[in-house]
Design a protein around this ligand. Sequence first.
Ligand code: B16
Ligand code: MG
Length: 222
Amino acid sequence: MIQKKLEAVIFDLDGVITDSAEFHFMAWKKLADKLGIYFDREINERLKGVPRMDSLNIILERDSIPDRYSQEEKEALANEKNDDYVDLIKTITPNDLLPGISNLLHDLQNRKIKTAIASASKNASMIVERLQAGHLFDFVADAGAIKNQKPAPDVFLVSAENISVPPENCVGVEDAAAGIIAIKAAGMVAVGIGDKNILKGADLVLPDTAALTYEVIQEVFG
Ligand code: B16
Ligand code: MG
């Protein structure tokens, strides 16, 4: 029987390591304005943790003509948004790591606890590079190579496999409801960052990353 022991922490990126949601908002807003579609911060909340094409479909729900665009046209719109988003994330620096994250990652590294990024973003590697945090992660998942997106467990399972840690010895950290479902479906302990009424099913919910320490993670792992 495998002994249950905390061996790895697998992090979501946007909303946990850094807050790239504002850049997603700006890029989607530019596209929505160009298309003449209403888009605001409340709708933007629904895009958190959601893959790019699904996000576009949520925005197009407000279009006056349903199904106006072909799949090919939608691909072009999603690419256009991504080009703007990539321009915006070029401004990310190590100062954009969320509160407490740098200390936590160094602490985990000193304690020989492995770390990985399990993000829905195809830009995850570029963001980690901009944050100059690549050396603090043992693995960054490639969202483009993941078959089923969150709430499916795939990205967390692929991450655990790549760092050679059984899922039951991993803690996952997420700010989106779909991400918490994915972590639990992967058989991991789930820590939510945000609102406990939204992140139902998490083993622990913290209001922000400043409260996320090795001690807290070890305690919830049990
Ligand atoms: P991209 P996460 C997610 O990142 C974002 O929260 C979500 O808003 C975005 O649509 C998704 O990545 C895809 O991002 O367009 O860069 O591939 O929270 O899973 O780290
Ligand atoms: Mg997120």
